[in-house]
Design a protein around this ligand. Structure first.
Ligand code: NAD
Ligand code: UDP
Length: 312
């Protein structure tokens, strides 16, 4: 059955792919975005769609919201490069913004998915990370505005569920990449691909032995939609990501190889609190949502590079 869906952060990297996917399934989609880190261009092709609407708004600021059946709350800057310049904005998008959307979900009896993050695990001492791991976050560090506000966003989501019976779920998204990330976003995949294409040095922070597990955007969107679709999920929080753990050094070589780049690698200081390892345990999502990511890293990067060739 088609639904009326609100997507906050809908002009961003993940949000624009999500809007596109929902429209392709026949839903009516309302994209709410303040165009801080999102881009008009990401949703340009959707703007002529008869059931797509864009509203240029900040999720932190009160005001009426359209009555909907479903809410995906994705509005928040997500790049560590932004944590220094936009800490208050980020902290409030995930707390004040989440509260507004939970109130709205309650008012219109909508189902809501809150986009949380693997950063709730901080610098993990348990590896890989299952949903039951409670994390190791430095609440006062430079990443705290993001990590801790996502944690409190989750707490609010659970509180509204318990107190008001709001049908709210949480997805913990692990590092995801693909077309429509901003080349200057600061996250590692757009940075390395752009540097490699330009012939600039690839900047590895630290010794490059820290690990991440990279998920291609189409797989991630499938996971988000699967969580929203299911009527009574066994759990109210799911890790969504790919288990293909790589060191950042390995990623750099993969990018150099794929782009046939002559760039060198240079080493720069590791940012504060940069997690040493990260890999999702996705047993829950596999079992309950029947979801599993399919795209190998090399194939995902191959699909991503042309976008950066056009945009850098
Ligand atoms: P993005 O920066 O491309 O998208 C975020 C979008 O939210 C942008 O369009 C931005 O303009 C909008 N936004 C930010 N603050 C806002 C506000 N106060 N009011 C209205 N709009 C606002 O980042 P993304 O990678 O697409 O991330 C989307 C969501 O997924 C975020 O909540 C992020 O925390 C979460 N997430 C992403 C990843 C990933 O690897 N991409 C990993 C973990 C979690
Ligand atoms: N990183 C790097 N060089 C860059 C950008 C990032 O070595 O130019 C590293 C960063 O220190 C981290 C990893 O790549 O260890 C992933 O960084 P990203 O910002 O993409 O995501 P997050 O740290 O939030 O997982």
């Amino acid at each position: 059955m088609t639904k009326r869906v609100l997507v906050t952060g809908g002009a961003g990297f993940l949000g624009s792919h999500l809007c596109e996917r929902l429209l392709s399934e026949g839903h009516e989609v309302i994209c709410l975005d303040n165009f801080g880190s999102g881009q008009r261009e990401n949703i340009e092709e959707l703007e002529d769609h008869p059931t797509f609407t864009v509203t240029d708004r900040d999720v932190r600021i009160p005001g009426s919201l359209p009555s909907v059946d479903r809410i995906y709350h994705l509005a928040s800057r997500a790049s560590p490069a932004d944590f220094t310049d936009f800490p208050v904005n980020i902290a409030l998008a995930n707390t004040q913004g989440t509260r507004r959307l939970l109130d709205h979900a309650r008012a219109c009896d909508a189902r809501m998915v809150f986009a949380s993050t693997s950063e709730v695990y901080g610098d993990p001492e348990v590896h890989p990370q299952p949903e039951t791991y409670t994390g190791n976050v430095n609440i006062r560090g430079v990443r705290g505005c993001y990590d801790e506000s996502k944690r409190f966003g989750e707490t609010l989501t659970v509180a509204y569920q318990r107190k008001y019976d709001v049908d709210a779920r949480t997805v913990r998204i692990f590092n995801t990449y693909g077309p429509r990330m901003r080349p200057d976003d600061g996250r590692v995949v757009p940075t390395f691909v752009t540097q490699a294409l330009r012939g600039d040095d690839l900047t590895i922070y630290g010794d490059g032995e820290q690990t991440r597990s990279f998920c291609y955007v189409d797989d991630l969107i499938e996971g988000l939609v699967s969580l929203m679709r299911i009527d009574d999920p066994e759990h109210d929080v799911y890790n969504i990501g790919k288990e293909n753990e790589r060191t950042i050094k390995e990623l750099a070589h993969e990018v150099l190889d794929l782009t046939d780049s002559e760039s060198d690698i240079v080493y720069e200081p590791l940012p504060e609190d940069d997690p040493g390892q990260r890999r999702p345990d996705i047993t829950r999502a596999k079992t309950d949502l029947n979801w599993e990511p399919e795209t190998p890293l090399r194939e995902g990067l191959r699909r991503t590079v042309p976008y950066f060739k056009q945009h850098s």
